[in-house]
Unconditional design. Structure first.
Length: 586
């Protein structure tokens, strides 16, 4: 299956040729409709960011729009596989089609054509429900001679025509430091109320999920009642990572001595269609789905959740620093788990984090209180676990670089009271302030030039300040011939999965993102990380750089390049998280 998840050069060229048959005024309207999703009148569009980054500073009024002959290429780059999800694009394509093509589109599957002008007919066709990868999109692109890739990816990507069956390959045995943590976690799970909570900590890339899953499976199998396990995570990627880890461990148990012969039912509970699980052995759920199910006024759902809560024997909270959020408080309270420091609860609670407790960090000290201030760390790794894990080839060596750029602007939160209040409350930058930083012309040019200097064969992750910033950087790279794609929270789940698979396979050189690849993203061969968004949060920064820290012992790389950018932020330049990681890069 060639380039599944991204467009081939041929598909792009064909689509650009088709769009160039439209009038320039049509193309401009399409661009404007695509950019209309900006959530603020003051926010620069992706088009603005690209033009600003590519042009040289000139006196007078600078150009802010693309040239007419660049519009079609920009539209394809802007939307990629999802281009035809835009009703505006479908409407213009219908209007420029032949009379026979319009007739066949209007009467698809026996539909009665809309009476009236061609414009009204175009509106009706454009408004027909568009389910990516399904029959209507495939008919639409086939009728107009558009490459099939633009029909989009259906909710579940198509399986390959041929299936390669591999013999069973056993999992590597747990490393001694993982066995140490497993024993400590088992003690917690078997403790009495008031002592049955703890946070297990390991650096990202060191096998935290595998260690936790092995612990939970061993604990459950040692109990006659076989209680259910609930694993709660923040994102679909983290949820799926947990499901696959349970699956791999259980398969591996069938080949150990003595072999396991029981089945394990794992329920996925996230997304839009998953039913409430009430009899599964393991339930992996997103916090959003649990909260929504609790709030829904549905007697059947409520009854199922009540049944589930009575069956749970242990709960795991992945990315445990999030447990202070109201959503976690609400869900755990429904499940009968009181998070107050003095609470005595029957159900053991295990948190996972890559960031150990710090007395000077309010973000983790609050988390510590909810877990009885009990931290499980491997003593065998000594006082510097990062250094020791690198020596053991569990983690990659991190080569750090700080990018300076000429004429760096001074960013000041003092100009907006919301920015200052947000920083005072959350100790990190407001989204609007990040937007201003991501719109800096000289900054974006410096980031783009540095990304282009990274060898194309070195898989690179870029973290942007905003959705527009990540999209603009991907398009800038493609305009210079680099294979680049973008994933954000607005990217359809099926498309996101497909693009991540393409990146893993080495067919995407740079994967740009905003807000979705900080956790649960597993691509062991990441060779470079470019942190284009400033943060003061140690947790967020650790999550970002952790995407490239898996070492050769666990299938990763020997070295990962981490590039930060030095921003001049009034009063807070020294607070940037990478400044607090000097020891990490030694």
């Amino acid at each position: 299956m060639e380039n599944f998840g991204q467009l081939s050069d041929r598909d792009r060229e064909q689509m650009v040729e088709i769009l160039n048959r439209l009038e320039v005024s049509d193309l401009r309207k399409v661009v404007d409709s695509l950019e209309r999703s900006s959530r603020s009148r003051t926010r620069k569009t992706v088009e603005n960011l690209i033009v600003a980054a590519e042009r040289k500073p000139t006196p007078g009024k600078p150009r802010t729009k693309l040239a007419d002959d660049e519009l079609a290429q920009f539209i394809v780059d802007r939307r990629g596989l999802s281009l035809l999800e835009s009703m505006e694009v479908r409407r213009f394509l219908y209007l420029r089609a032949s009379a026979d093509q319009r007739d066949r589109l209007s009467t698809y599957q026996g539909s009665s054509p809309t009476r009236g002008s061609v414009t009204k007919q175009a509106e009706a066709v454009a408004r027909r429900k568009w389910h990516s990868g399904k029959s209507w999109p495939r008919f639409f692109v086939g009728e107009l001679g558009i490459p099939l890739a633009f029909a989009g990816i259906s909710g579940a990507p198509k399986e390959p025509d041929t299936l390669q069956v591999q013999p069973f390959v056993s999992l590597h045995v747990l490393q001694p430091f993982q066995e140490e943590l497993k024993d400590l976690a088992l003690e917690v799970l078997n403790e009495t109320t008031g002592k049955n909570r703890a946070v297990l900590t390991l650096p990202t890339g060191a096998g935290k999920t595998r260690t936790a899953v092995e612990t939970l499976v061993a604990w459950r199998m040692a109990r006659e009642d076989r209680p259910a396990l609930l694993w709660i995570a923040q994102s679909e990627e983290l949820c799926e990572q947990a499901v696959q880890s349970f699956r791999e461990v259980w398969i591996d148990l069938g080949h150990r001595t003595p072999p396991m012969r029981e089945n394990l039912e794992i329920a996925r509970f996230w997304g839009t269609s998953a039913p409430v699980p009430d009899k599964s052995d393991v339930v992996v759920a997103s916090i959003q789905k649990l909260q929504a199910a609790i709030r829904e006024e549905d007697a059947e759902r409520s009854a199922a959740l009540t049944v589930l809560s009575g069956q749970i024997g242990a709960v795991v909270v992945d990315e445990a620093h999030r447990i202070d959020a109201p959503s976690y408080q609400e869900v755990l309270r429904f499940l009968g788990i009181d998070l107050s420091a003095s609470a005595l609860c029957r159900v053991p609670l295990l948190g996972l984090t890559a960031t150990p407790f710090r007395s000077d960090d309010g973000e983790t000290s609050r988390m510590a209180g909810m877990f009885h201030k009990r931290l499980l760390s491997a003593k065998s790794l000594g006082d510097n676990p990062i250094k020791e894990l690198r020596a053991r080839k569990v983690l990659a060596e991190a080569r750090h670089e700080v990018l300076d750029y000429d004429k760096a602007p001074r960013f000041d939160m003092g100009s907006n009271s919301n920015y200052a209040e947000h920083f005072e409350r959350f100790h990190d930058f407001h989204a609007g302030f990040l937007q201003e930083i991501g719109e800096s012309q000289v900054r974006n040019r410096a980031l783009f030039n540095r990304l282009m200097a990274i060898p194309a064969e070195r898989p690179t992750l870029f973290f942007g300040c905003t959705v527009e910033h990540a999209e603009a950087m991907a398009i800038l790279l493609r305009r210079k011939g680099r294979s680049a794609e973008v994933v954000t929270g607005e990217t359809r789940a099926a498309t996101r999965r497909a693009l991540i698979e393409e990146f893993r396979a080495g067919r995407i050189s740079v994967l740009c993102n905003f807000g979705v690849l900080t956790t649960g993203f597993d691509a062991p061969k990441v060779g470079a990380l470019v942190v284009g968004r400033p943060t003061t949060s140690r947790v967020l920064y650790a999550q970002m750089i952790g995407r490239g820290m898996r070492g050769p012992l666990f299938g990763g790389t020997t070295e990962c390049l981490v590039i930060d950018i030095r921003d001049n932020i009034r009063h807070h330049s020294d607070d940037l998280a990478f400044n607090k990681y000097a020891d990490f890069y030694r």
